[in-house]
Design a protein around this ligand. Structure first.
Ligand code: HPA
Length: 271
């Protein structure tokens, strides 16, 4: 695969966006139905954007949606691309870099994840406080210096914004949602983990495991975007429950969808 290009994608989309967005939201499993509750002003299918990587995963649509809620101009990503689909990591993060170029100041990332922590049962909602990339290449490994703003060695001390974390806590409290907190670990996937890997990840300090998000957060953080992250815990991680399968992940994500949507709508009001 090749020919994915941020500049090309930007030129292809910039005259079609209805406004300069304030906030981007990546709708992972768990927020699949989120857009249904909003008035969508504009829909731009990824496949109409030149140079833009398109997801091939079942259950992942591929559109940018534009909407306004509580006075906040939103750009929603319905579907993302994953490293395991065969893209290079610099191409996996083109979508978030594009949203940053379009002007977002805040980015909410969401995903489905396996629960490692004892408290993280299927159906739990976890706010991401930090992340670990496990054998996942950096999205900054490439030669196009223009994307580095003159910086090669980015600081990742505070990827998930403290202030936004507090806003998520407040939103959860007001919606009577039990919001867990923890560290998200990204693997390359696409296979689920072995029980031995999960034991290792627990020792490393991971509370939840999934196949996205950390690299997107890193790329957006480097561009000065404030980041919040939410994991929908769809299953106990390998060895801590039963066998894993994509259908179960999808089903649990659908069940928790309403709560996560309420949490996110309340959160947007506070941003
Ligand atoms: N592991 C990795 N990714 C996942 C999982 C899991 O257990 N559940 C949902 N996404």
């Amino acid at each position: 695969m090749g020919n994915y290009d941020l500049e090309k994608a930007y030129r292809s989309i910039r005259d079609r966006v209805p406004f300069t967005p304030d906030m981007g939201i990546v709708l992972g499993s768990g927020l699949g139905g989120f857009a249904d509750g909003l008035d969508i002003i504009e829909k731009i299918p990824y496949k109409t954007i030149e140079g833009f990587p398109v997801s091939t995963v079942e259950g992942h649509a591929g559109n940018f949606l534009f909407a306004e809620y509580a006075g906040v101009k939103l750009i929603l990503m319905q579907g993302r691309v994953h490293y395991y689909e065969g893209y290079e990591m610099k191409d996996v993060v083109i979508p978030v870099r594009l949203m940053a170029k379009l002007g977002i100041k805040t980015l909410l990332l969401s995903n489905a994840a396996g629960g490692i922590g004892d408290e993280l049962d299927p159906g739990s909602i976890m706010m991401i406080t930090d992340h670990i990339k496990s054998f996942v290449p950096s999205p900054f490994i490439h030669t196009d210096a223009s994307e580095f703003n003159g910086v090669r060695f980015y600081d990742m001390s505070f990827v998930y914004d403290r202030d936004l974390q507090e806003k998520l806590r407040q939103a959860a409290a007001e919606e009577s949602i039990d919001l867990k907190e923890g560290v998200y670990l990204q693997t390359t996937g696409p296979e689920y983990e072995t029980p031995a890997e999960i034991r290792a990840y627990r020792l490393l300090g991971a509370d939840a495991v999934g196949m996205s998000t950390a690299v997107e957060a890193a790329a957006a953080n480097a561009l000065g975007v404030k980041i919040a992250g939410i994991s929908c815990i769809t299953n106990k991680a390998a060895g801590l429950g039963g066998k894993l399968n994509h259908e179960e992940v999808q089903q649990t994500a659908d069940k928790v969808g309403d709560s996560i949507s309420r949490l996110v709508l309340n959160f947007i009001k506070r941003v």
